[in-house]
Design a protein around this ligand. Structure first.
Ligand code: EPU
Length: 342
């Protein structure tokens, strides 16, 4: 028998801070527990949500069926060869805690991803990225529970098919794997990635030209705090929309109409447009409608002020999408996952 927690309050498991109740909730640390719980889920045909830190999720008030949180922990160095190390970490560890721990261990590569909310296990799903670095840059492999075979399997970086905010866990193999442990390739030699202008501007304001790992880590935390709300203070799920990638001709046409359009060269013949800039230009920054709104310092982030619901937030997101489509003829895709999907 699985000891489900009935009618569980998941307010602490969604960074938007909605009042959400799960019909059944279970935290697992052992594969046997997961196996038994999944058997019950299948036998009863319950809908299932696997949840990490809940920082990229929009949850409706009532979650039917079962919700499982993977709470595997531990950070271990598996191999240490000259200046390279492979570090394995439990999917349930907090991402920022892990990045901070690596800094203390003198292992480098993930500094630019400091302060991203959520769990380690959720990070590969959308290939988290910020300030010029993405998870894929340091990813080695992961161990996942394969729901098709009921066994733990090893999945390589290549098999994950990482791309901008995407992987097989979100696309071709959605729902099949439950991420259990993740391994990273890290280096004891620090090579800063200073490709993001906001980061170099911050460091040069501090008079720092050749930053240490600690200085980059601190700068990332400070730059994030200036632009992004802390979920414990103001409910949010980070960027609410992806930055759309469009063909060069479409970019050129838009640039002709909007000369200050912010965009970056992407894959050959394509440009990535700053969705935050477009939403801002369409007049939404700082907009509030009751319990939900658009963050006053970063238009790409939708916020929940309290006592609101997913329905209200998604209605606002739809209005923003329609307005950006009308003004720029660009279709925005939501970044967080919506559950249950209606
Ligand atoms: N901009 C505006 N107005 C706004 C927001 C942005 O004009 O209200 C402009 C900025 O001035 C800048 C450009 O748009 O020129 C891009 O803004 P920013 O550098 O803040 O980055 P972003 O494209 O909005 C992406 C990621 C963030 C990540 C930052 C930094 C996505 C969807 N978002 O945001 O990731 O932290 O770059 O690397 O790719 C997340 O995914 O949850 C997230 C926070």
């Amino acid at each position: 028998m699985v000891a489900w927690n009935r009618n569980a309050d998941l307010s602490a498991y969604n960074s938007l801070g909605f009042k959400v109740t799960a019909e059944r909730f279970l935290q697992v640390t052992e594969v046997g527990q997961l196996h038994d719980a999944l058997n019950e889920v299948v036998e009863n045909k319950w809908p299932l949500l696997i949840i990490g830190g809940g920082s990229n999720l929009v949850l409706h008030d009532e979650l039917p069926g079962a919700v499982i949180n993977v709470a595997t922990s531990g950070i271990n160095v598996l191999a240490d060869d000259e200046d390279q190390a492979i570090v394995e970490v439990g999917a349930g560890e907090n991402w920022h805690g892990f990045v901070s721990h690596l800094l203390e261990m003198g292992l480098h590569g993930l500094e630019n991803l400091a302060l991203i909310p959520g769990s380690v296990g959720a990070a590969p799903v959308q290939n988290i990225g910020a300030y010029g670095v993405e998870l894929a840059d340091c990813f080695h492999s992961l161990t996942a529970y394969d729901r098709e075979t009921g066994e733990l399997v090893q999945i390589s970086a290549e098999q994950c098919q990482f791309s901008y905010r995407n992987s097989i866990f979100k696309s071709s193999e959605k729902g099949r794997y439950i991420i259990w442990r993740v391994r990273f390739n890290l280096s004891s030699i620090f090579t800063p990635n200073l490709s993001y202008k906001g980061l170099t501007d911050y460091l040069s304001d501090q008079g720092v030209e050749h930053p240490t790992a600690h200085q980059v880590y601190t700068a990332v935390c400070e730059v994030r705090k200036q632009k992004l709300p802390v979920p414990s203070e103001l409910g949010n799920a980070g960027s609410f929309f992806e930055n759309p990638v469009v063909p060069e001709a479409q970019f050129q046409a838009l640039k002709a109409s909007f000369p200050d359009l912010v965009a970056y060269a992407d894959k050959p013949g394509h440009f990535k447009l700053a969705a935050g800039w477009m939403i801002d230009k369409a007049g939404w920054k700082g907009y509030r409608d009751g319990a939900v709104g658009v963050y006053e310092k970063q238009a790409l982030v939708l916020v929940h002020f309290g006592a609101g619901s997913a329905t209200e937030l998604l209605a606002l997101a739809d209005r923003i999408k329609a307005s950006v489509s009308e003004k720029f003829n660009v279709s925005l895709e939501m970044e967080p996952r919506i559950y249950p999907h209606r």
